[in-house]
Design a protein around this ligand. Sequence first.
Ligand code: GLA
Length: 741
Amino acid sequence: MQKIQIFYDAKQQLFHLSNSKASYIMELQEGTWLLHRYWGARLSAYHGSNRPKAVKRTFAASLTPENPAFSLEIEPQEFSCPQQGDYREPSLSVRRTDGYLSGRMQYQGYEITDTLHIPEGLPHIRPMENKGAKSLSVHFQDVSSHVSLTLHYSILEDSAAIIRSASVTNTGDSPVYVERALSALMDMAYGKEQLAVFYGTHQKEFQLSRQDIGHGVTSIGSTRGASSPQYPPFAALCAPEATEHTGEVRAFHLIYSGNHCVRAERDQYDHLRLAIGIHPENFRWKLLPGESFQTPQAVLVYSSQGFNGMSQEFHKLYTNRLFPRQWAKRIRPILLNSWEMCYFDVSEEKMLQAIEKAASLGFELVVLDDGWFWHRNNSKSSLGDWQADPEKFPHGLNPLLECAKSHGIQFGVWFEPEMISPDSALMRAHPDWCAQIPGYAPLLGRNQLVLDLTRKEIQDYVLGILSSFLESCPVSYVKWDMNRHITDPGSLSLPKDRTGEFYHRYMLGLYHILGNLTERFPEVLFENCSSGGGRFDAGMGFYMPQTWCSDNTDAYDRQAIQYGASYLFPPSAITAHVSAAPNHQTGRQIPLAARAAVASSANMGYEWNILELPLEEQKQILAHLSEYKAERALIYEGKFYRLRSPFTDGGCAWMAVDAERTRAIIYYFVKEYDTSVLSYLLKIPYLDPQKTYAEKVTGRRFTGEELRYAGIALLPVLGDYPVIKLELRAEARSICQGTAP
Ligand code: GLA
């Protein structure tokens, strides 16, 4: 692989970041303004061939009398401040001590280091000992106020990604206020790209939307205090002709779990601007003299091989450098979760039976979900009172742990540590501990309030509760849930000139807790959850290697949800459970084969009352678990490719293939049997064209080239929600000369 380079060409005043896959190029105009020139496939050299011509335009403010055609309204930039004649959406807005906005940032210098820039207190891409990284920091200073800005760029030896962030510093002797500090902004002249984002809701996460970008600003974001299922912090600019397999895609993903925004703007010259970062609404950060504000990192991924190419980069980067190291490549236990099995109606007796039965069927972990703690019989009470309910668990949880151990399996529990129920001992002891705005009664969501994690003593309390629980009841797994969004972003401890800091301070508080806890208990597997995928983002991924991606366990709806989540996350990070039929959320009757196939395509578990199943179904579960155990290395260690989109192709297909492309499992899902379809044709572009593959069930043999270009015809299966599974293995002997013309 080509080594990474960050090179400053003093003659052309160019910064050029490159590795074997990509180049990112910026130009310093007149020693002052940093302009974007190129981001795409690697260039070995750049001489300004695509530099837009500066043309004098009426209404365009010029920055230098000698060069009236040069205006920031026209130039593609790397960041943007107000009041410099660039009327597009800015990325930085800092209010000076005198009440005006700071807006004349001038270049001061740069540094190049052989390390990865790490934003303090925030989740981030991790350095790796044996893989190189380089960072460029470019410094700017406001010409009249004491505000400085540094743009950070990191490039890695083992990834096409560029990691960007920014920091703002108060260099004066009185406070300033940061009102907007986005992580990355980038302008593309000539951009005809479309915008791909996700939208969704509870039980319908990661729905893909792809649209032309009209004039004006198209924006998505979250002001809910969580990255949200509504609009996760991701956007991709793609060539109109880009597909899953081909074409250019430039993707942006924020490593952050709180309020965020993505702005895509098409301006008067048809240029495109894309900016991503913390949402400026209700954000205002006071900076005392000498203090800095550091933005979260934005991961920028360039792919010339469509959306699958983009996903391969995210999967590899997040596996190698985001998820906790000790878990990232480890196969996770197959779990049985109690939620859809018995909801709040859990008890020692039921769980002991469940553990015994689960162990006999081949499960490796039993998880006691909601309902296990102090008087928690529904969602109306008890969050905060984290002791085992004396009626349901008169001997505490340790007997369950012992029972699991004696059956050779693990045991885990559910927590929702960021919350407090009004009806709880914790609330009665600390009525001031919930997030609240003076004069307003805080609004309830799922009958609960949010703990004010901006406060140190509350962070310590949560950390203390979880730590002492894990010490006295050493479970192997914790499901960390967060089941409502924030409506009252206030803290009784924040002074009035810092109320705009609540949301980000909340995130810093949460990250502080998670960082400490996961460091202290590295062998506990933490699963991220927020009513399913309500906070399924790279920020949480830094602490927790897997996420419950939806409360919707319906295998048909799940195809779209998991398909969308796979844009960013590898199968190991997406947990998927087999549940009852009819499904509890949708009432659909989906055959076990399809329910098992959808869950088996990811980090698989069950939540189903296995205690009340007929013997036949128990046998099927036993068989499914042993099949998954035989196949899961491919799911965890192989590459995951999407082949047919539930959003546009009227069906869904994906595959897992090992690194050598010698073994592949493909699932092809359709909604119902269609009498007019004689056979389905599936093209598989990710096999080795030189290899010969044998299909397991029929024994038929094909070349990889044939499967790639001619495709394979698949016979429809009768019934509703059928699934076709193909298993291909490369063979040592080759076929084929005989069929050549
Ligand atoms: C959320 C989770 C579920 C379950 C319930 C318990 O909705 O997503 O899986 O844990 O909370 O209340």
